[in-house]
Every structure is written in structure tokens, then in C-alpha cells.
Design a protein around this ligand. Sequence first.
Ligand SMILES: *Cc1c(COP(=O)(O)O)cnc(C)c1O
Length: 818
Amino acid sequence: MNQTLARALKATTLEEDLQRHYSLTLGREDTGGDTDFHLYQALALTLRDRLVARWQDTREHCREQGCKTINYLSLEFLMGRTLGNALLNLDLEEPVRAALQSWARDLEQLEDEELDAGLGNGGLGRLAACFLDSCATLELPVTGYGIRYQYGMFHQRIENGYQVEYPDRWLRHGNPWEIECPEATRRIRFFGRSEHYHDSDGAQRVRWVDTRDVLAVPYDIPVPGYRNGTVNTLRLWKAEATDEFDFNEFNAGSYTDAVAAKNEAEQITMVLYPNDASEQGKVLRLRQQYFLASASLQDVLARWVTVHGEDFSGFARGNGFQLNDTHPTIAIAELMRLLLDEHCLGWNEAWVITNATMAYTNHTLLPEALEKWSVKLFGELFPRLLEIIYEINARFLSRVADHWPGDTERQARMSLVEEGPEPMLRMAFLGIVGSHSVNGVAALHTRLLTEGLFRDFHQLMPHKFNNKTNGVTPRRWLAQCNPGLAELLNETLGSGWVTDLDQLQALAPLAGDSNFAERYMAIRRDNKLDLARLVQERCNVSFAPDMLFDVQVKRIHEYKRQLLNILHVIHLYARVLSGNTADIQPRCVLFGGKAAPGYAMAKLIIKLINNVATVVNRDPRLHDWLRVAFLPDYRVTAMEVICAGTDLSEQISTAGKEASGTGNMKFMMNGAITIGTLDGANIEIREAVGEDNFFLFGLTAEEVEARRQDYDPDALIAADQDLARVMQLLDSGHFNLLEFGIFDPIVAAIRSGSDPWMTAADFRSYVDTQQRVDACYRDTALWARKSILNTASSGRFSSDRTIREYADEIWFADRPVW
Ligand SMILES: *Cc1c(COP(=O)(O)O)cnc(C)c1O
């Protein structure tokens, strides 16, 4: 630790720092009253002090070593809370508990004062957060770059069964974990025109002029590794108006217009778009993407120039960029612009650097997520970038023409510009052409990419394509969220599993050990009680720990098929009412997840779940058999309780549609057994745990595509008594007696021959498999064995494994770059 800091922190105890921050930094008096919030803040600042010291050491070390640094660009970071993670990684939980005794406060009370940093929609944003934890733990010099949204993911409430959205003002009381760095402010340009000119040496150059500028101000959040002294950085950008912009307006004599213009600039980072796996072509979103890309690239280039001047010959050896999905791929064009126009490199040199530093991760095959921007709109916002993209495209298409002479159809297919009445830029293609690596996020997903959507590109440059199956961090998703199990693991295996999750494999021989199984299941039962308490509090539904806890939490989307799950619930309801309860295992079914505010069908599915829950829970005949709840405002902090207390993990997407999934991995680690389709990482989960310990059902991706030709849900319904009964209950308005016809769109979607999600096709197989689940659960020793084997086999779903692969095969690999 450097001298100044060592002095600053000299001999201060946690108690002293807590008191000092509480009384001096925050200016509070400790006279009872509602002090929890300020005590939480004082504790956060106390921990931040300890992170800052290590933070500077990490940076210094990296400067001295001249390490290659990787910049992870993502429009989303779904961080959740920071306090518990900081305590775990700094190994300060016990000392902090002790320090809090004089305040007569539980740590848990203070933890509940922290709002989730909900700067993401779902899996993609949470992946970025898990990756940061793994990079710091593996001591890799990786910086996260994102946007400091004033309003994160909306808060969801359920009113009369419907989702209602409320703003997430997570910064209302400030954020004690962040440090503003105005000295590193960057200027971001929009609009204007590009001007060609000759520089003093007579060389042809281009500059972007008459722009309307916005400032990007960085806020840094420390990212500690697990007990290793490393602290990396998450740098989030906030948009602010430039002063002279206001000043011009002032001179024109319009105070209010000046303020309005300020608002317009600051709007860029006002709100996270709450869409998961879809893009709506909104201008503000495109401005966010460019704002993030430009600010982050300028930051990295400025740091380079400080050390190396204008010599970029070693830049690609010292820097890399990982683009989290298509959202930040505009960075490819922006890096070219900065190198060409601001740093005066030639095209070839700039292109080699861009290609060698950029790597692109694709997250979805859904067509509605494939970003396309109108050429016209793009050209107005970024006239210079459009020129550059045209040049990239022209050079690329001539390569295509060389490879497939005369194949003009292929050139049109592969062009970065989709021709038509409204020409569009294909941003995913820019990501492929401009990067040296393109990866999918699970084996099936990567295969489907190279065989389908990106087939032409794969044929032309197969070496670029690779798979990196997702993972989740075992710190948050096991050590932190399941302290009971963590303690048992420590006792049984030692504590090495926290950073080497493959060590869990040593549990496998204990799966049949009745003593161990008893302890393992007792911990699971405690966790189920915690989850039941949460459900009671938030949903006013009582979950009994002896019943099977069947859970589906994730974004609400048709492809994830919450609908199939609720059809099964209705089927169980009908069975109990008809007296056919033989072999039914009593179960509690939990749903949770947010729907995009503009996604009507997803919102209607939430309403259906809630209406079914009301009917089921009210009926005393069902009480011993079935209980159903929809947990409002699903988020990271809720998942920490949920995944530890779940028996059955529902991963039931239409095969070929879920790129990977990561919820599936959190559940598995904590001992839930999966019921799932052969989709995304489910396939690899099943391989790891063995087919006997995974409840498989449904069509394969290939079968789904083959069936589309002659898909006839009405025939399936007519041929299946159980499905017919379920549809009849829905048709007859049984769950919407006083809300006439509201579920008609759902019924129509299931009955449609062109239902892309083929819900009816998988119903029979799903229900039969659920019956196998019931039988298995009743054999408690058998269930315990399978549950333990799931934890034991979850090692490869640690994001540490994923990040090692990124590091070895993409970031630090010495490979030819063209
Ligand atoms: C893990 C996680 C997700 C991703 O869940 P999937 O089931 O993979 O879609 C989404 N939201 C939150 C809050 C999560 O923790």
C-alpha cells in the first residue's frame, strides 16, 4: 500500500471509522431515531476507504507491469447490492458484526437499507456483473464501462393482477460506493457534418464539425476480487450539458431555452430502456450507445497517449475491448474515427488496430433483438461514422466478391447495409466484420449462430467464431446467498471451492451418505423457510416447506414460456377438483419477473398467472395440494433468497430460443433440480450432472423447426384430454369471471398454427415429466441425492471458468489479427 494512504488509514479501527463517517462525513447525531440508513451509509464509506487503498495499489501495479488491459463495454450492469459482496470479498463480515454491536444493530438490518443497482434488464446485465467479480478475483486487469442511468430498471407492482411500473430513483439518496471523477470528463459529439480538408503537411484529412456536444462525466465504482487485494473499476458515464452550449443560449437572451437544452443533453443517461431481447429503434437509445462507446474509447486512448504519445504501434498489444452484445458495436466505427481523424493514422493501420482489439459477444438469435438503424437517422446523428461504415463495407464486400465471384446475392446478404425502401445498418454484421473474435454464450447457441444467422460470415472467416458458455459468480450466488450451505462446504471440503468451483465435485461421493444428505437437506429446508417468509411478506401467500417449491423467475417473455408453466398449474388444479389426486405431490409454484412495459402479451401472461393464483389460493379444496404466487419486483436481491430455497428450477424455453440462461446455473449450484428443454446451457447442465439428475422434456431445436410446417395445435388439444380440459377452463372464462374476454389473446396464441413458441406441442411431455418430478420428490433420499449431485456438478458454471476462457482464447491470445 502506498505511504500516503497507509498514513491516512493508519490505525483506524472499523469502530472509529464508522463513528467518524456517521458523525463527521454525514453530520449525524447518534440520538436514537431512524438511523439505519445513515449507519448503512457510514458502513459503506468505511468499507470504501478500505477498497480505495487497494484500488490505487492495483492501478499502480498495472501501470508498472504495463499489463494488457481489457475494457468490457456494456449498456447494462445488473449489480444488485454492493455491501454484502464487499464484506465477503474483503473478509470483514465478522469484524463488522462486532463493530455494530455498540450500535445495537444487525448487519442484516443495514443491508436492507441498500437499494439494488438495477442498471440492467436481466441475464445480459447480470452476466456483466458476474464477469467483473470473476475478473477481479482472477486478478485480470479488466475495466467495466457502462452508463450511470438516473433511473434503473423500473419497480414492478402488481395491482389487480396487472403489472404497473414505477420509476426506480436509486440515486435519490446518493450512492456511497461511487467516486465522481470530473477531471476525466470527455466530450461527445452529435449531428453536424464531416469536412474534408488538407492539413499543414498537405495530407487529406477529415474533421467532424458544427456538432452539438454533450459531456460525459465518469463515476467509478470499486470492484474487489475475492480476498486477493485486487480492486478493479466499473466506470459509469453520466451525461452533462457543456457550458458554452448554455452560454450561447444565454447570449440569445433565453434563460429557459438554455435550461431546456441542458435537460436535453442530460436526458441521454436518464433512463435504462426496459426491453429485454428486443430493440425498438429509438433515437435516444442509439445516442446512449454512441455516448458509452465514444466516452470509453476516448478514455482508453487518452490514457495511452499520456504514456506513449501518438505512437500506436503497441496499442493492440496493450488493450482490448469486449462488446457485450450488439448494443456497443458502434464502438468499432468510433475507434476508426478516433484513430483516423484525431490521431492521424492511415486506414490500414487503424483497421488492423480496430480488428485486433475488438471482440464481439452475441447474446440472441431472436430477430427482434437484431439491431438495425435507419441509415438516414444514423447519418444525421453521426455523419462521419456513416462515411466510415460505408468504407468498411465497401472494402469488406470486395473481399466477399473475391471469395465468391459473381455471387451478388451473397454480397447483398452480407452487406452492412440492408437495401430496401428504408436502408438499414446491420449492427451485428459490423460487430463481426470489425472484430477478431465473435462468440456465442452456450454451445448450442454458438452452433445455431454459425449454421443460421451468421452462416455466410462463418464460411468466410471461421477462425473468428468461438463459444464461451456463460457462468455465474460463486461468491454472490453461493457463498453470499447461501451461508448455510457455504459453511457445510467449508467444513466438508475446505474453503478452496470459492475460487475453484470444480472442487465441488468432491461432494459427489457423499451424495449417498445419509448423514451428509441429512445435513444438506436441513440447510435446504431453512432456506425454504426464508423463501416462504419472503413470499408471505410480498404476496401474502403461505408456502409450506414440506411441499415442493417449484420456481420460474426470469424476464416474462413468450419464448421463456411462463405460459406452459401456468397451463400445468391449471392442469393440476383441474385434477385436484376432479378428485384425481393419486400420486400428486403437493407443490408451491412461484413465478416472478418483469415484462417490458410495451409488451402487451407478456403483461397479459402476468395477469393470467395472478388470476389463476387467486382462484387456486382461495379454494380450500386446493389448500393441501397447490399454492401459487407471483412475486412482484423480481431483482438480484430477491434472487439471492429464491435460488437458495428452490427445489425445482423451471428452464422451459422453446428449444433454440434461449441463448444460454444463467438463472439455471444459480439454481443448480444451490441444489435445485432442473426441469428443462434442450436449450441454451441446459444442455451442458444436463451433461455435467448426468441425465438421471435432470428432468428433460420437449422438442429439440431441430424438431421445433421441422414441426413448423404442419403445426396444428387444435389437433393436439383435441387429442389430449388434459390439455383440452385446461383450454376449456381458459375458454370458459373460469379465471376471469368478471373480466370478460381478457385472456382471449392468450387462448388464440396457443391455438395459432403459427405460434412461434409451440406451447401446445410440449404440453404432454411437460406434464408427464412433472409427474416424474412428483414421484422423485416423494422419495426423499433419492431427491436429496440428485440435489447434492447438482451442487457437486456445478463447477463448470462458475464465471471464473468462463472468464479464464475469454482471457486465454480472446483477450490475451497472441494470434494473427488479420
Ligand atoms: C440471473 C438473473 C437473470 C437471468 O435469468 P434467466 O433465467 O437466465 O433468464 C435475470 N434477472 C435477474 C435478477 C437475475 O439474477
